[in-house]
Design a protein around this ligand. Sequence first.
Ligand SMILES: [Fe+2]
Length: 235
Amino acid sequence: MINVAENLIYQPKNLLLTYPSDWYIQQDTLKAVKNSINPIVDFYEESGTNSPKPTELDKIIDEPLKDVYTVPFFSTKFCEILLDEMKHLESFFGFKPNPEEDNLRQIPEITFQDNCPQIFQSLMQTIYTIGNPIFLNIWNRHVDGGGIQIANYNLKDKKQGAWHHDASADISMVVPLNTGEYKGGGTEFLKRGTVEPLPTGHALIFPSFTHMHRGLAVESGDRYLLVFWLTCNEE
Ligand SMILES: [Fe+2]
């Protein structure tokens, strides 16, 4: 993918964002992940011969629409620091639509893997250690790669997304960074329904292939989303 800012690499001003740690994660979720590892590993090692046992994660993962899940993920402190970094990064790059996508699908975006590899590594580490137990708990799938973007929906640049699948991913995860600072927003899933904007740091998780969706119109302000397009390449 060609990004207009492909040759520019951003150096984070807050180095805490380059060292993944427990404080990134919502505390109840961190505890539930730790307490769910044993039953998840047992099920995995038994190759599905026994049914999965209940886990602490079952209690904090919600399913507002069929096969659309939500879970508290990043701490509000982490979101606050990341958003501050994003505003700094935004002034460095400016949010630019991807010129390879057709006009309807273009939203202002910055790709971490291209523009900020240090924060990309840090976020992917968090996906492997916290996201994977959650994905294993939901689908018995785990991810081993993917891309991460920051999207900014606003009235001036792009207030609403078009219907689409996240074509390059297996699992999509979207995390709002500043709920309450904009009006409107939320995500609509075709023939399934609408999920209202989640609290800051909560993850919306769904299978990329089956769930056609669109971002709903922002009425005022900037809606910052952290978007993960995750891939499962295992045999
Ligand atoms: Fe999407």
